[in-house]
Design a binder for this molecule. Structure first.
Ligand code: MN
Length: 232
């Protein structure tokens, strides 16, 4: 292909115990998937269809490490989440077939410019500025489903500088992972390389430069991120 400018590099994730990489096609995120988090955000707790938004593939930060405090916010929040990645997809995947499309799992962070999320909601505007920005998707290495089994429960927890901020059993997800895959596939043709952040539990909060965030998901490698000086 004779591109006029150099094509961007393929975003990817590492895979535990392997030299192979997992190429990232899209990052889908699920909002409002734990009741206690919906309550802390002031929402209602009906089992509405899952809230879906996306982050750009190149917002991935592999394995954590240092990330910059982002531009354009004064209220930069962590959301610790379990991440599922797909080896195949399609339209209208049945819930009972959904697990067959899973490649593996990782610990992740849906980093959020919370000040813009609140402003967008008040004004009926998209969440884009709040959710889709550079380095907004730190994701740890992927562990294959053959090693973990299908994850339906177990601890998801997050610390900031060693203090526990989020701590939940993933069985409390409102929309389970297989249901999320099925629901997404009603709207999108899912494909290999798709990454799904499955929502955050209660306890979200702000971080500042110098803070260290650690995300733990039972059975997976922890994700550790340090916030450094603003970019640019
Ligand atoms: Mn989230």
């Amino acid at each position: 292909m004779n591109y006029a400018v150099s094509p961007p590099p393929q975003a990817y994730l590492d895979i535990t115990g392997s030299d192979e990489k997992f190429p990232v096609r899209r990052i889908y995120c699920i909002g409002k998937n734990y009741t206690a988090h919906i309550i802390e955000m002031g929402g209602d707790v009906e089992r509405d269809p899952p809230v879906i938004f996306q982050k750009p593939a190149d917002s991935v930060v592999r394995n954590g490490g240092d990330i910059h405090y982002p531009a354009y916010t004064k209220n930069y929040h962590f959301e610790g989440e379990m991440v599922v990645v797909l080896k195949s997809g399609g339209y209208n995947i049945k819930t009972e077939d959904a697990s067959s499309h899973i490649f593996g799992y990782a610990a992740g962070l849906d980093m959020t410019r919370r000040d813009h999320q609140a402003g967008a909601l008040e004004n009926g505007l998209p969440w884009e500025m709040a959710k889709s920005f550079d380095q907004s998707a730190p994701i740890g290495p992927v562990t294959r489903v053959e090693e973990t089994g299908v994850i339906t429960d177990g601890n998801l927890s997050l610390t900031v500088n060693g203090d526990v901020k989020q701590d939940v059993d993933m069985s409390l997800m409102i929309w389970k992972t297989d249901e999320i895959i099925s629901k997404l596939s009603e709207q999108y043709e899912l494909k290999a390389g798709d990454v799904i952040m499955t929502g955050t539990p209660a306890g979200v909060g702000a971080v500042v430069t110098g803070d260290i965030i650690n995300v733990h998901v039972d059975g997976l490698q922890d994700l550790r991120v340090r916030i450094t000086e603003p970019a640019g």
